[in-house]
Design a protein around this ligand. Structure first.
Ligand code: SF4
Length: 406
């Protein structure tokens, strides 16, 4: 299957970096399906089948299928992923719901069509729901996701023509591997605005190529063939610009004063951080390309030299014999006791079959280390408390004398 030039799945790239379409076409790359894509296709097939027939994922356990000559199986893990998605989707289906599986939709901005994994119209609430199953490990954000919105918009247009009344549109992602089940809700006006933007970008690409521009960004360049091959000049120039920041342009209503004139201000750091992913992607892709060129002896001024990784046994069985026989090591010294992790244990024991007592004890024994990530203020998740504020609160209520018995 060849992907459309302006496919929904690559829409984030072409809608933002309009020049990428012609630049990629000029590479004339042969179409290649990846193992990961085939693996996802296999999951999709069963996802559809199970929903269509109202079966639990367990029904498919052990089923196999071949894609591009390789055999795939519905093992326990795939089964769990499928069930998690079914559990998320099924409660949305009301008595009067109209449900479509793998519905083909015409792209509203170009020739060709796309397929919605699962879509449904809920007459009770006049709501249109579109679900996209993702089987990979890379977290797919639902907010502002062009691909999901395009599927929803295509279907919205078709249903409106058939006189459906739609008051809200809900784009869902079902990504069990990273426990990402989330929804973005749009009003018809918001969806129409988005459609206008996509139509404009598609028109520029197809009718006025001279107006196309290169716009590098972390997400677009990561999934772009030109970037992946480390061959995009525009990306290199923009990454270089980002590194040589024009600090004079960074204005703030209330400039932050620092005691040291050589010290960067928070606003400057925020500007760099906002663009850091783009630069990191560029560096990663450049490193891979430089490696390839050096291996071929084609990177001027560079050569490959020997380097060594961490030491490891040439033969595990022989190493054990040596440690036991010659070095007289005890079992604990050779194999420091380390229990399996909770996810590894779950592959051995089905947690759902445990008694209440055992399940309670298990949950007492499992913890999830807390950490935090930095996201833009526009992100919908609640912000964690500011650590400096917490510190102040502690300082005002606790003195050293409270803690120590002097
Ligand atoms: S690598 Fe980035 S800037 Fe270059 S064409 Fe691709 S998306 Fe555009």
């Amino acid at each position: 299957m060849k992907h459309a030039r302006l496919s929904p799945s690559s829409s984030h790239r072409w809608a933002n970096c309009t020049a990428s379409v012609a630049a990629i076409a000029a590479l004339n790359l042969p179409y290649q399906s990846s193992g990961a894509a085939d693996d996802g296709t296999f999951s999709h097939t069963y996802h559809e089948h199970l929903l269509r027939n109202g079966q639990p994922a367990e029904w498919a356990l052990g089923s196999t299928g071949k894609i591009n000559g390789k055999e795939y199986v519905v093992d326990a893990e795939r089964c769990q992923r499928l069930q998690a998605s079914l559990d998320y989707i099924r409660p949305f289906i009301t008595e009067r719901a109209e449900v479509w599986l793998e519905r083909a939709v015409n792209l509203f901005y170009d020739d060709g069509n796309g397929y919605c994994d699962v879509s449904m119209y809920i007459p009770e609430t006049k709501a249109l729901h579109v679900f996209d199953y993702k089987d990979g490990w890379t977290f797919v954000p639902v907010q502002g996701n062009e691909q999901f919105r395009i599927y929803a918009a295509c279907l919205y247009e078709e249903l409106i023509e058939e006189f459906y009344e739609i008051e809200s549109i809900h784009c869902h992602v079902c990504q069990p591997r990273v426990n990402n089940f989330a929804c973005e809700t749009l009003t018809p006006d918001e969806l129409t605005d988005f459609m206008g933007f996509i139509q404009t970008q598609a028109k520029i690409i197809t009718e006025t190529p001279e107006l196309c521009t290169f716009v590098a960004s972390e997400k677009a360049c990561t999934w772009c063939d030109l970037g992946r091959l480390g061959q995009c000049k525009a990306q290199a120039e923009q990454a270089a610009d980002l590194i040589q920041l024009e600090f004079d342009d960074l204005t703030t209503p209330e400039p932050v004063q620092t005691l040291n004139p050589g010290q960067m201000t928070p606003i400057e750091i925020a500007h760099i951080y906002r663009n850091i992913g783009t630069v990191q992607t560029f560096i990663k892709q450049m490193t891979a390309r430089a490696q390839e060129l050096t291996e071929a002896g084609e990177l001027p001024g560079f050569k490959r030299v020997q380097s060594f990784g961490n030491r490891k046994w040439t033969d595990d069985d022989e190493a054990i014999k040596f440690m036991k026989g010659t070095l007289k090591l005890k079992r604990d010294q050779m194999f420091p006791p380390k229990p399996v992790t909770p996810p590894q244990l779950e592959k051995i024991v089905d947690f759902k079959t445990l008694s209440t007592r055992a399940a309670n004890r298990l949950s007492e024994l499992i913890t999830r280390p807390e950490s935090s990530i930095i996201v833009p203020m526009t992100d919908k998740r609640d912000a964690l408390p500011i650590i400096a504020d917490e510190f102040e609160a502690i300082e005002t209520t606790t003195t050293i004398e409270d803690d120590f018995d002097f």
